[in-house]
Design a protein around this ligand. Sequence first.
Ligand code: NAD
Length: 475
Amino acid sequence: MEMTEDLIRNVIQQVLSQMGTGGSSTNGSGPARPSGKDGVYPTADAAVVAAEAAFKHYRKRPLACRREAVRCIREICVGQAEELGRMELDETKIGRLDHKVAKLRDAIPRAPGVEYLRTDNWSGDDGITLTDYAPFGVIGAITPVTHSLPTLAGNAINMLAAGNTVVVNAHPSGAKVAAEGVRRFNRAIRQAIGLDDLITIIETPTLESAAALFDHKGVKLLVVTGGPAVARAALASKRRAVVAGPGNPPVVVDATADLENAAKSIVLGAAFDNNLLCIGEKQVFAVSDVFDRLMEAVGRHGGFRLNAAQIDALTRKAFTLGDDKHYHVNKDLVGNDAAVLARHAGVEAPKGTEIVYGETGADHLFVEHEQMMPFIPFVRVPDVDRAIDLAYASEHGYGHTAILHSRDTSVMSRMGKRMDCTVFVVNGPSIAGLGLGGEGVLSFSIAGPTGEGVTTPLTFCRQRRTAVVGTMRFV
Ligand code: NAD
């Protein structure tokens, strides 16, 4: 009989699910009694208790079970991307359908799983010492509205691969699609390995349920993906937290840049899901020698240029002056299509417009704020060092992401050092920094403030050392 991949998988599934159903619960590796909830619970406490019970069983299972759990999540994201992507857009009402689908179908398979785990070792005259990467237990995850299900799925792949279970508090405006994803993942995982509640979620999340998760004794590690307020709350929490906070990624274009590639890349990155990505290009500083040619090239690659009066009109709609006397981004415009922004500017953009753009000063509101809209301000600067200075100021010290277009290696070094960002992309679109058109693995949680960087299964592991003295060296 030919051993096809499907046949091998079926055999593995049968064995794993028999381990879960054949009375093996006496050794703790069998299933908890099915909860019937498919991972969706009314309170943080109930969700944590279920995930704790699940961890007791999961920790005793072999790595093959983790691989199966990860496979279930990946297959649902890829196979049901159209339906789930549409569900996410209908609920959140921000971003673009083609990119909501791409985030599940094309991006999620690049989130690393069990294959990323490793064991480090030393062997010598005194024996052997191993460092293993072990799970924490239950992880509490806070996810953003900008990529509700993709963040949940990417986090879950990394965390389950590392042997943890996870409780999710989604953003209230993306909670339904997140809960639906959790139901589907849990049903598939139960069928594959006979375990329930490896991923649980609070059905109606609130700031109170997030706070309850932050403080719950059963949660061993927090992973928070979101804007400034939640990042601050997580950094102030007593619980250890991996914090993936906000950004405001600047782009610098110098006189040596390949302008066609720069224009194409800026449009691609800034248009992605209508600029909802935290790594997406938000403002451009280009040297005056090439400024006009760059602007013209952006127009040929899907940009529609606004004049000064139109930018003023859009700015009045995009920002509101708060009672605190500060300007705030108007949430109604976040993640809107470029054509809608053009209408707010008082003009009709041609079909196929990916972004709207125009020339502004360095102190413009669109430069200073993380606007998350496909309008990109371009600032004309006399030289590249001034461009790097302004880029640094506009990033506000988040240390998140910066992008450079240049063929000059000394400029690459100067900007890389100065920006000190978690992700630095040279000569490509921002998404290349997450392995989409560049090398490397993908995550929707980029932990700048706490230093873990682009998260992987190893981010969610405790290191454990075993020293065997005087033996086990085989050479
Ligand atoms: P948000 O901060 O409004 O919400 C994020 C999550 O935090 C939600 O689940 C929300 O309910 C919760 N939350 C908000 N304030 C809280 C508080 N005080 N206590 C507890 N929970 C709280 O952000 P958003 O609009 O959903 O997402 C966009 C923001 O997230 C942007 O700033 C973006 O840069 C950032 N982001 C960062 C990354 C990254 O990897 N670094 C990834 C995606 C998004």
